[in-house]
Ligand binder design. Structure first.
Ligand SMILES: [Zn+2]
Ligand SMILES: [Zn+2]
Length: 425
């Protein structure tokens, strides 16, 4: 019998981990710098947490959730996104009673029964932030600035920021009517997806990527021409803040975001490395979500991005993370020197060096082959011949040369090298 991965999932193998560690360390660091604190919610929640907030008629809830009944007959769903669960936690732990803003970030796997394609998996990792309690446009700009910092710091190039306003509940309903009036004569030409959304949520049609629909939408009224005065002011203030921070953006009036709870600011980061499916993340304001959960009206703004798509973009751009720790392999001849080698490895690890002792007894030749293949920076050879002279042979794998040093000198050299490597980062 042979077992295989479920469709749409994948193993992240040891050789691929360094980019994950790198991105994870950056997302923690950048979030903390902006005063966001990490929150970890469970992988699964009561199904209503998502069906209530994300919306029964969305693809996520209607088709993509991993839902089941547990042994206690509860309706359970593997989280398809982060915001709903965090809003649940915000209210459950009475963060709404604390002075605003309440700022969270989160990171972890999400689950959607989506059609697998390049950079899209059924279990995928998301990094997101949420800022509750402030309706000031500066908060929107801060969320965008944090995201921009993160993308810059990981070295992702050619990312375009698109922004829009989707208005508030009042002005959006006016827009919805205008859109429906415009589209009514074309209803039969729209795709099935759009046809279904025509009555339930016409705004979401604008998300449709089908050419026949895009052609019709081309001349549809733009939401920014309809939004109310306050929404308009909010939108232009967000832009003033972005300009002040030298963050470049494009206004995309077709950007509506797929979820019901969004209000006012909507934004998306587009990577040119990814071709047509090019969004790597986005977010916006969701001033109505806390109320959906039974809390009092609470403004909020947030962002989420998919790590797999970021990694894919980095690979496309041939951007790789800086090297891992210095890696050292120690080869000892005979039992007595093996004991000493184990001790030496311990000394090196104190300096955060990856030190391993080769206890396979393989020949020097196959040891070198092995060390080369596994990217060791140094091989330390400690044989009877070296022992007689109280030395260790230090082979620099990259330079391809070697020297004989005392044990103390070896420790000093490794310490120096690892410090230099760290400063390079
Ligand atoms: Zn409005
Ligand atoms: Zn369509």
């Amino acid at each position: 019998m042979s077992f295989k991965l479920p469709r749409g999932t994948r193993d992240i193998l040891p050789a691929d981990m360094s980019i994950w560690y790198y991105l994870e360390s950056k997302l923690h660091a950048v979030s903390r710098r902006y005063g966001y604190r990490e929150i970890r919610t469970p992988i699964f929640e009561h199904t209503e947490v998502f069906s209530r907030s994300v919306g029964e008629d969305t693809d996520i809830v209607a088709k993509e959730m991993y839902s089941f009944r547990d042994r206690g007959d509860r309706h359970i769903t593997l989280r398809p996104e982060g915001t709903a669960a965090i809003t649940r936690a915000y209210l459950e732990h009475r963060f709404d009673a604390q002075p605003p803003p309440v700022k969270f970030y989160y990171y972890g796997p999400m689950f959607r029964y989506d059609r697998p394609q390049q950079g899209r998996y059924r279990q995928f990792y998301q990094f997101g932030i949420e800022c509750f309690g402030v309706d000031h446009p500066a908060a929107d700009a801060e969320v965008i600035a944090l995201t921009t910092d993160f993308l810059e710091e990981i070295g992702l190039e050619d990312v375009e920021l698109q922004i829009n306003s989707v208005g508030c509940s009042q002005c959006r309903s006016i827009y919805r009517q205008k859109l429906v009036d415009y589209l009514a004569p074309h209803r039969e030409q729209l795709c099935n997806y759009c046809h279904q959304r025509f009555d339930s949520n016409p705004l979401r049609m604008l998300d449709c990527k089908k050419v026949e629909c895009q052609e019709i939408f081309q001349y549809a009224p733009e939401i920014t021409t309809v939004i109310c005065e306050e929404c308009h002011k909010h939108f232009s203030d967000v832009q003033r803040h972005l300009q002040n921070l030298n963050i470049e953006y494009e206004i995309n009036t077709r950007l509506v975001r797929g979820l019901d709870y969004y209000t006012r600011t909507a934004f998306e980061f587009i990577s040119s490395a990814l071709g047509a499916q090019n969004s790597i993340g986005g977010g916006g304001r969701y001033d109505n979500l806390v109320e959906f959960f039974g809390g009092k009206q609470t403004p909020a703004v947030g962002m989420a991005m998919g790590m797999e798509r970021i990694i894919l973009s980095l690979h496309e751009q041939k951007q790789f993370p800086p090297h891992d720790n210095l890696q050292v392999l120690i080869s000892a001849e005979g039992e007595k020197l093996l004991f000493k080698a184990m001790e030496l490895a311990g000394k090196l690890r104190k300096y955060d060096i990856t030190a391993e002792v080769d206890y396979t007894g393989r020949s020097l030749k196959s040891l070198m082959k092995y060390a080369d293949k596994h990217n060791y920076s140094y091989v330390l050879i400690w044989g009877e011949w070296e022992q007689k002279k109280d030395k260790i042979t230090v082979r620099n794998m990259q330079a391809g040369d070697q020297e004989e040093l005392s044990e103390q000198q070896v420790v000093e050299l490794m310490k120096r090298t690892t410090c230099m490597q760290r400063e390079d980062k």
